[in-house]
Design a protein around this ligand. Structure first.
Ligand code: SIN
Length: 505
């Protein structure tokens, strides 16, 4: 196998990966490996924005308090403070790269102030544009597209590089002083998700392969308002629409949040998602509605152009029609455990962005804290790596065996069954029996995957492996959690009220 050497390696090209690359390039040569194209990532899809206490009546203590409340007592307070104090600086950095933001700050659920820095409803696209243009201009950064990382390479207990499959070039090795995982989330565990097709838990699969600590995966966030339409399943309707005054109604027209929580539509996400699911069950219907018909058409078109256009393409007019919505998987709050400098439990390996469990989200992430988290922790990771004195190792004695890759066609039913299993047993509402059935099914699917004969490398098939690994963490974490907190709700636990709303009588 041929080896290339860099100072640092980055897996993933969303905001976490590219921020790290830009910061680390000041200290050495960086290689970014991304399994698709540089713009194929979740950042690009983010509508809402970036939370930062930059408004006149705001300060970081309030942002801190809101984050802790949303996290339902399970946040790491030091990580939260680290995050919110650095938010204004993160926004300045993005502006310095040319990112354009609207003058008005937006509002989202769980925030006590208007503090969402945004670019209409396409903030992720704007941020990724600015950051990826800066990456392309940087001579110290190499970007390898269509490079699927198959394993992390270890030497003397340390991660010293990785192996990747690069199309016709086949398997190649890369060595560096440090590796950052910035692979994003695991939305493809579910059939209903706001995530793009690349969100297949690859970082969880890689980190698990070298024994890194992974935690809190049971805290799977379901976004309350995604479009219920056969042609655009999982299309996000940003929470900022509710921040602008959008209300939720059931099919009888009742503004049902009055029955669940005093904060109404701007309660934290877990509360709103559970309220919607309760209504769907209670009324035996398949969707509820987001009503924006009382808002000015000019404001809707101006503030939410992406949503306006997408809905119009489907014949839905926001200023006249109620928008049919359901909750869908959106974000994994758990992941690879990291410290304030994004170090994992394995020396040489760092993680940032959705793949990481920094401690800032606790049992439920506050809206618009994720892009912020990616910038803040990728920055501190780059500073930490700059201080690392480890030399790049020689290539002897590394495990370079190719990954187990069954035929792609054999893994299609595995992925489909896995999605059905996770949606059934590990959704917004869970039961002990449902989670136990999911545990059995995930084990069966994993054994089946492992028993299939190996074939040529296939990214799709490797993704199935990574999804199966992540599913096990979600199921085991959920079964081990003995209280209803934040995003985890087991209807069989004795005090379901502890998890928030049950419909008022
Ligand atoms: C949204 O715009 O509602 C999503 C923002 C986020 O997930 O933080």
């Amino acid at each position: 196998m041929r080896f290339d050497r860099f100072d640092t390696l980055v897996v993933g090209s969303g905001l976490a990966g590219l921020t790290f690359a830009l910061k680390a390039s000041a200290f050495g040569r960086v290689c970014v490996l991304t399994k698709a194209e540089i713009t194929d990532n979740n950042t690009n899809w983010a509508q809402g924005g970036i939370a930062a206490a930059v408004g006149e009546s705001d300060d970081w203590h309030l942002h801190e308090e809101d984050t802790l409340v949303a996290g339902a007592g399970l946040c790491d307070p030091a990580a939260v403070r680290f995050l919110v104090q650095r938010a204004p600086e993160a926004i300045d950095w993005l502006r310095g790269l040319g990112a354009r933001f609207d003058l008005e700050l937006g509002r989202e659920g769980g925030h006590s102030r208007n503090r969402i820095v945004h670019h209409a409803d396409r903030t992720g696209w704007e941020v990724e544009r600015a950051v990826s243009e800066a990456v392309r201009r940087d001579p110290n950064i190499t970007v390898l597209e269509n490079a699927f990382v198959t394993r992390l390479l270890r030497h003397g207990g340390r991660v010293v590089g990785l192996a990747a499959h690069l199309g016709d070039a086949g398997l190649r090795g890369y060595l560096a002083r440090a590796v950052l995982l910035a692979t994003g989330g695991c939305g493809k565990l579910y059939s209903h998700t706001t995530n793009p097709r690349v969100a297949t838990a690859d970082g969880i699969g890689l980190a698990s392969g070298v024994g890194a600590e992974i935690r809190d995966m049971e805290f799977m966030q379901f976004h309350p308002t995604t479009l219920s339409h056969p042609q655009r399943s999982g299309f996000l309707i940003t929470e900022a629409v509710r921040g602008a005054g959008g209300t939720l109604r059931n099919h009888r027209g009742r503004r049902f949040m009055y029955d669940y929580d005093d904060r109404l539509e701007l309660a934290p996400r877990d509360v709103v998602a559970r309220a919607i699911e309760s209504e769907l069950k209670r009324l035996e219907t398949w969707c509820v509605y987001l009503d924006t018909t009382h808002l000015s058409p000019e404001r809707l078109r101006h503030e939410f152009p992406t949503i306006w256009d997408a809905l119009r393409g489907l014949g839905i007019e926001m200023e006249k029609d109620w928008v049919p919505i359901v909750p869908a998987q959106h974000y994994s709050c758990g992941g690879v455990v990291t410290d304030l400098e994004a170090r994992t439990s394995v020396p040489g390996l760092y993680a940032s962005g959705e793949v990481a469990r920094t401690g800032v989200h606790g049992a439920n992430r506050l809206a618009s804290n994720s892009l912020l988290e990616a910038i803040v922790f990728s920055t501190s990771a780059a500073e930490a790596v700059a201080r690392e004195q480890e030399p790049v190792v020689e290539e002897a004695a590394l495990d370079l065996s190719p990954p187990h890759c069954p035929l792609e066609g054999e893994t299609i039913p595995i992925r489909h069954t896995l999605q059905r299993t996770m949606g059934g047993g590990l959704g917004v509402f869970r039961t002990t029996a449902g989670m136990e059935a999911a545990r059995t099914k995930v084990a069966e699917l994993t054994a089946h995957f492992d028993s299939l004969p190996g074939a040529e490398f296939s990214a799709y098939s490797r993704e199935a492996h990574n999804l199966l690994v992540a599913a096990k963490y979600v199921v085991e974490g959920a079964l081990a959690r003995r209280e209803n907190v934040g995003l985890h709700f087991n209807a069989d636990l004795p005090d379901p009220a502890a998890a928030g709303p049950a419909p008022r009588a």
